[in-house]
Write a protein that binds this ligand. Structure first.
Ligand SMILES: NC(=O)c1ccc[n+]([C@@H]2O[C@H](COP(=O)([O-])OP(=O)(O)OC[C@H]3O[C@@H](n4cnc5c(N)ncnc54)[C@H](OP(=O)(O)O)[C@@H]3O)[C@@H](O)[C@H]2O)c1
Length: 255
């Protein structure tokens, strides 16, 4: 019988963290299923990784039922997957009442519904395999609520809670679940925010990380039993300080 090829499915594989996940997972897998809307970018990635691993490019808009269904089909036909990386994401910056509701709904569908559906599709196969790894790319914004990113932070908090509870449910099947909570990363993510007044230069240089370091931190945390992973020392300190102050508010209800 032919030996099974280790396989990863990565969403948002046309840019930033997603491209880097594909590059680093290509060292662990024989097959990568790369999902995004920009098919031309996926082809460039496939070209880059040719000779390293097999890449299947799936053009899909994961805010739509049709796009998610196509991705689930790919997971079933090209899988089973050993790694599922739910990474695709975006953030419409702006006050909640001033931002079009359809953009917020698209984000909710992409971050929460697509992730939930892909986990639901992948887990039974991982159980049959006797294990697997799921990485849900969340954000430091899940732990540190920010003005102008109310729904974004809430979708990422969903991913943290979902990942933690899911880990408890699937641990006995050898499956590990991670909610990765990065801070600022040098990718295309903030490009659209610039038009809304975001200024990269106002963020201290030391707070920015490169995608390579973030993905390395994520993959090296697999197998350690940590579910919520905050890459970068400064980000870890910030998360601990915010959580400690929330705990203090909870313990000393002033009103
Ligand atoms: N960069 C940061 O500072 C930062 C910080 C914390 C968390 N994150 C999280 O990290 C993840 C990756 O972001 P990034 O920094 O790598 O941003 P990026 O460079 O803008 O890449 C985003 C990726 O998501 C894909 N995507 C967006 N909308 C999609 C849709 N409707 N359907 C399918 N794919 C879609 C994009 O592909 P197409 O446009 O080709 O579809 C692209 O591949 C996101 O979940 C983000 O929330 C980023």
């Amino acid at each position: 019988m032919a030996e099974r090829k280790r396989t990863a499915l990565v969403t948002g594989a046309s840019a930033g963290l997603g491209v880097e996940y594909c590059r680093q997972l290509a060292q662990r897998c024989e097959v990568i299923i790369a999902v995004a809307r920009r098919a031309d970018r996926l082809q460039v990635l496939a070209q880059e990784l040719s000779g390293v691993c097999e890449v299947h490019c799936i053009e899909a808009d994961l805010t739509t039922v049709e796009g998610v269904t196509r991705t689930v089909e790919a997971l079933r036909q090209k899988g089973p997957v050993d790694y599922l990386v739910n990474n695709a994401g975006f953030a419409p910056l702006g006050q909640f009442v001033e931002t079009p509701l359809h953009e917020q709904r698209d984000m909710l569908n992409l971050h929460c519904e697509a992730t939930m559906t892909l986990c639901r599709a992948a887990i039974p196969f991982m159980c049959e395999l006797g294990g697997g790894s799921i990485i849900n790319v969340s954000s430091l914004g899940a732990l540190v609520p920010s003005k102008g990113l109310a729904v974004y932070g809430a979708t990422k908090a969903f991913l943290n809670y979902f990942s933690q509870a899911l880990q408890a449910e699937v641990a006995a099947d050898g499956i590990e679940v991670q909610a990765l909570c990065p801070g600022y990363i040098r990718t295309e993510f903030h490009d659209a925010m610039v038009a809304e007044g975001f200024e990269r230069e106002r963020i201290p240089t030391e707070m920015w990380m490169d995608p390579e370091a973030v993905v390395e931190a994520s993959l090296s945390a697999l197998g350690t039993g940590r579910v919520v992973v905050v890459p970068g020392e400064g980000n870890g300190e910030l998360a601990r300080a915010v959580l400690a102050s929330q705990l203090e508010d909870f313990q000393n209800p002033a009103v």
